[in-house]
Design a protein around this ligand. Structure first.
Ligand SMILES: Cc1ncc(C[n+]2csc(CCOP(=O)(O)OP(=O)(O)O)c2C)c(N)n1
Length: 667
């Protein structure tokens, strides 16, 4: 690799590392380089798919990984092969991962470095780059809560620092003093975008000042500097938990991914950085210092190449995955064995809002590893006062006021789950989940399917209209989530269901969106067991029995349906309250429709793309021969939800339902 006449262009200082330590750094640095060189050959031969090269940047991934303890989590990016090799993952597993084979980490479901592994304490990225920064916060929060004195390291490119996730994650980490090492690899370009089009400050490290965070600039091509500085900083963080921002200066020597080339990079820049190659320079340095001779060097390289070839062979001979529908479907959710729990049948009449509060309180008592997070939920008690008094009972560590950053907090909840804890996140209003949409639908929803990591997270969603709160405090946005495999969606209409289902949601290791209709909070009362109990998901409740028609609904609309029937219409209806939308109790729906021959679905959501459309389609597909009339859907107007109460009344389907029902009966 080296040319004897070449000069050393990196300022190495052995920093009191002994020869063994220096050689260990060298071997660790060589391995990802030699693997990559092999991969580039295989790529040209069409034997592997897309490749994001980390050539020239290896010292950062390798140095950071070696500076951490093996039980400390690292969240790498697409150019950080050195993280994986330095954690000693058997190479054939990496090769199998890149070839979509079973010995990889995702059963062929995700590519390249998009995977995590609890065995090696590595949590790979999702393509969206930024979300893992907040996930690192969650892992670090868990280690802080458990007094583990551990550091969590998370990587991003300088391009990724432009994402809101970066800002949110650093801000949360600083406000909560979380032991996170934010490692920014500043490699000059984000795809074709040079740094002057990416940010407008002198150094990314300067951003630390704005977050109240210590920061350092490190020569990312100098393995000794990376390793020794990060070792020192990590040691200090373990003793004194806090976030630190590290800007590693380096350069991307190849295209964004292999197909895209580097035409847009000035040649002079490429040439200057080629002289600073981290592997070649270190090799020359070790030889100049007498730590390594030519013969040893050849032996080291030969040993690594042999290992690569042997492992490649293992991966190549492995059979391709044979698709199996039920295996795919079974892995979307972590298996959850529902346990029916009921202690005492003594009841008390409470409001819907009290039911939610009781569930949270009793769940906090049962699960010592449960943390609740949300805006203003601590002393203030939350926008709806649901967590009033919780801080006094459970303390500020577990009842956490958050900054206004839905994305980072949902990501933090994911990180807590990765570290084995549970989280409930209160959206102040369900509308605001749009500010955290990406981690919900891409991170929480897909992790179990992708690499077997559950998201033990409940998002509480105070939702719905009828309270004259306008377009951004009234939405019922369940359909944004029922569409996404991997999420569970619960939407109770009564206090009894709310308490039992929220308890189950917290027990369930999968991500659950728990919709709480605000208009029901203080208007609906019911006798509810005082003690803790659970109710199963996927079981609708049949509130009324009748042979004329099946009315299917959930949430506040259930009450509108009941009120309509109570107006002496002389219609005998089965009224089905779905209670959970995902899973959906199709059996109860089909059984009823087969009996009545007519079905009407009422929901508060707008019709197009709402769940009524799917239920209608399911009825057509499964009950067509039993139907005496077309399935009818009734929902809100196809507009945003308006503020003025007379407009809102027109928007909501409450007053249109009766007419639609009567028409259906006449059909
Ligand atoms: C949210 C999002 N937007 C755009 C992309 C497409 N994309 C993938 S990597 C990348 C550049 C990232 O640059 P940087 O963070 O500097 O990392 P580098 O690739 O230079 O290592 C872009 C634009 C993406 N994956 N996700």
């Amino acid at each position: 690799m080296s040319d004897n006449s070449a000069s050393i262009n990196i300022n190495f200082d052995t920093n009191q590392l002994d020869n063994n330590a220096l050689l260990h750094l060298y071997k660790s640095l060589l391995k990802p380089r030699l693997i990559e060189e092999k991969m580039l050959v295989l790529l040209r031969q069409g034997k592997i798919s897309k490749w994001f090269s980390g050539i020239g940047q290896e010292a950062i991934a390798v140095g950071v990984t070696l500076a951490l303890n093996e039980d400390e989590y690292i969240l790498p990016m697409h150019r950080n092969l050195g993280v994986f090799t330095s954690r000693n993952i058997p190479s054939y597993r990496l090769f199998a991962q890149w070839q979509g084979k079973a010995s990889g980490f995702t059963k062929g479901r995700d590519r390249s470095f998009h995977f995590g592994t609890q065995i090696y304490k590595i949590v790979g990225m999702i393509s969206h780059l930024g979300p893992q920064l907040g996930v690192a916060d969650g892992i670090a929060l868990a280690s802080k809560l458990k007094n583990k004195n551990q550091v969590t390291a998370v990587f991003t490119g300088e391009g990724g620092t432009s994402e809101g996730d970066f800002h949110e994650a650093l801000n949360v980490a600083s406000v909560w003093q979380l032991p996170v090492l934010f490692c920014v690899e500043n490699n000059g370009y984000g795809l074709s975008t040079p740094i002057n089009e990416q940010y407008n400050c002198q150094h990314i490290a300067d951003k630390g000042i704005g977050y109240g965070m210590e920061s350092h600039i490190i020569d990312g091509n100098n393995i000794i500097e990376v390793y020794t500085k990060v070792t020192e900083i990590a040691t200090s963080i373990r003793n004194n938990p806090r976030p630190v921002l590290l800007e590693f200066i380096t350069f991307r020597m190849r295209g964004h991914e292999e197909a895209s080339g580097t035409k847009y990079v000035p040649q002079a820049l490429m040439d200057a950085w080629a002289l600073k190659d981290p592997v070649v320079n270190f090799e020359l340095f070790l030889k100049a210092q007498g730590v390594l001779n030519e013969q040893e060097d050849s032996q080291i390289k030969e040993a690594i190449l042999n290992e690569i070839n042997e492992n490649l062979n293992i991966a190549f001979v492995e059979e391709d995955i044979v698709p199996n529908e039920s295996i795919e479907l079974n892995d979307v959710y972590q298996e959850f064995k529902y346990q029916s729990i009921a202690y005492d049948t003594e009841t008390k009449e409470i409001r819907f809002i009290d039911a939610i509060s009781e569930s949270l309180k009793q769940s906090m008592e049962r699960h010592q590893d449960l943390v609740i997070m949300g805006q203003d939920i601590a002393e203030y008690g939350g926008a709806f006062k649901i967590t009033e008094g919780f801080v006094e009972q459970f303390g500020r560590e577990r009842i956490r006021n958050t900054p206004i950053c839905e994305s980072a907090i949902i990501e933090t909840a994911m990180g807590l789950s990765i570290a084995g804890m549970k989280a409930v996140v209160e959206m102040q209003f369900a509308d605001f989940v749009s500010s955290g949409f990406n981690p919900v639908v891409n991170y929480l929803a897909k992790s179990h399917y992708r690499w077997g990591q559950n998201a033990n997270v409940v998002l509480r969603m105070p939702c719905g209209g009828g309270v004259a709160a306008g377009p951004f405090h009234s939405q019922t946005n369940e359909a944004w989530f029922t569409k996404t495999p991997g999420l569970k969606v619960v939407y109770p209409a009564f206090p009894y269901d709310a308490k039992g289902l929220l308890n189950t949601a917290i027990n369930d290791p999968n991500p659950v969106l728990f919709f709480e209709h605000k208009a029901l909070y203080r208007s609906v009362r019911q006798e509810v067991p005082i003690d803790y109990y659970t109710l199963p998901f996927g079981k609708a409740s049949l509130l009324r029995y009748g042979n004329d028609v099946t009315i299917i609904s959930y949430g506040a609309a259930v009450h509108w349906a009941l009120e309509t029937l109570d107006r002496n219409l002389d219609i005998k209806a089965d009224v089905i309250d779905l209670r959970t939308l995902q899973p959906l109790d199709t059996e109860t729906i089909f059984t009823s429709v087969k009996k009545t021959g007519k079905a009407i679905i009422l929901h508060e959501d707008t019709l197009f793309g709402g769940i009524a459309s799917d239920i209608s389609a399911l009825i057509m597909e499964h009950c067509f021969e039993y139907l005496d009339a077309p399935v009818k859907r009734v929902g809100s107007l196809e507009t945003p939800i308006p503020f003025a109460s007379q407009l809102e009344e027109q928007y909501l389907p409450k007053n249109r339902f009766e007419k639609a029902l009567i028409n259906l009966m006449k059909y």
